[in-house]
Design a protein around this ligand. Structure first.
Ligand code: GTP
Ligand code: MG
Length: 149
């Protein structure tokens, strides 16, 4: 079982897609174990996207991510990191397959609605950036027995 960091970006919040995007993860059988509406500071955006510093889209990305509130989620389940990346779809909404979140809701590379950690290492690092330990919950779902063999 893994836990991953998902961010519903400012465009998802503005477009009132939060409920429908959360439903994608819940429908899949994943569990929401942390959730918080927050404003990302420039400092936090810089830490989160440190790997992209120096790239041509970096300044715009930080501006976008700090421009409006975001909803950060901790999502848990079997292979949650890989499963969530597949639910998101390709970075660019134009290339993302129908059936994925980006493929169904977006037409843009920059405004692509959601972030998902891309590896176990990133998930650990990013969860620690956005959540304190007591903001991530452990609770048993009886339905879980019907999702995980
Ligand atoms: P994240 O889950 O947000 O990390 O997306 P990703 O892993 O699919 O893509 P990547 O880490 O390469 O890029 C991070 C974010 O920067 C993307 O989600 C986009 O919002 C933005 N981005 C990446 N490449 C471009 C680009 O070429 N142009 C613009 N405008 N934005 C980009
Ligand atoms: Mg990325």
């Amino acid at each position: 079982v893994e836990t991953t960091l998902i961010i519903l970006k400012p465009d998802a919040v503005q477009r009132q897609l939060m409920g429908r995007i959360i439903a994608r993860f819940e429908d899949k059988g994943l569990q929401v174990v942390g959730a918080k509406l927050m404003r990302i500071t420039e400092d936090l955006a810089g830490k989160h996207y440190a790997e992209h510093e120096g790239k041509p889209f970096y300044a715009g990305l930080v501006k976008f991510m700090t421009s409006n509130p975001v909803l950060v989620l901790a999502i848990r389940g079997d292979e949650a990191i890989e499963v969530c990346r597949r639910l998101l779809g390709k970075t660019n909404g134009i290339e993302a397959d129908p059936g994925t979140i980006r493929g169904d809701f977006g037409l843009s590379k920059g405004y692509n609605l959601v972030h998902g950690s891309d590896s176990a290492k990133s998930a650990k690092r990013e969860l620690e950036l956005f959540f304190t330990k007591d903001e991530i919950h452990t609770y048993e779902q009886t339905v879980g027995a019907w999702i995980t063999e």
